[in-house]
Design a protein around this ligand. Structure first.
Ligand SMILES: [Mg+2]
Length: 215
């Protein structure tokens, strides 16, 4: 599906401001931890032994993961009902608050449309009160569109290698940073440090973003 043009259109970017385009899950939110708590609530368990989602959900005691349709149903429910167990990534709100005094922040998340209200509320509750674009598919095109509206420098932060590669292809001038907030996922997450800077802690990430945007 194409990015929702109305979201992208409605997002105002001032014409000279530096721009921070930032993902939510595993960047601002501890998605895997929250999703694990959520699936336990439903009688399953999440085993973080590979960089995957549905293939990590098991019935207790079993060695085969649950089928992908059941996993997808839990995933969809989580976006609607799971906000209470979703914790923010450490240091993310403070880092963005500081960056937002000198740059514009836009949140670019891939989430199901039925999770929109819960996601907006969660972001506000945790101090991420910035424009939100709900996307589906690759983020290179919307990132290129946003970055093209300002003469300021832009950066993009995401946990997923395909998204970083997409931005590299469609908006090569945008600085790219990979961040994986879950310590258990860090060693499992595919990365390409020769193409995209990898920094998993917000304090150090903020410094690197500042160097890219302001120096
Ligand atoms: Mg993510």
């Amino acid at each position: 599906m194409e990015p929702r043009y109305s979201d992208l259109q409605a997002c105002a970017v001032s014409p000279t401001s530096p721009l921070v385009i930032v993902d939510v899950d595993e960047v601002l939110a501890q998605f895997m931890r929250g999703f694990g708590t959520f699936v336990e609530r439903h009688g399953f368990e999440l085993r973080v032994d590979r960089f995957a989602l549905f293939q990590n959900i098991y019935r207790p005691g079993e060695t085969e993961h649950i089928d992908l349709i059941a996993g997808k149903a839990l995933f969809d429910d989580f976006f609607r009902d799971g906000a209470d167990v979703l914790a923010p990534a450490e240091g993310a709100a403070d880092a963005l608050a500081d960056l937002s005094t000198r740059a514009e922040v836009v949140i670019l998340t891939n989430a199901p449309e039925h999770g929109r209200q819960a996601r907006i509320q969660w972001l506000k509750t945790h101090g991420f009160d910035y424009p939100l674009i709900i996307n589906s598919g690759l983020k290179g095109p919307p990132a290129a569109d946003l970055a093209g509206r300002t003469t300021g420098r832009a950066v993009f932060i995401d946990d997923l290698l395909p998204q970083l590669d997409s931005v590299a292809e469609k908006a090569p001038d945008v600085g790219r940073f990979q961040m994986v907030s879950d310590e258990r996922l860090r060693p499992l997450a595919p990365s390409a440090p020769d193409r995209h800077v990898r920094i998993d802690e917000w304090s150090r990430l903020k410094t690197a973003i500042e160097e890219r945007l302001f120096q």
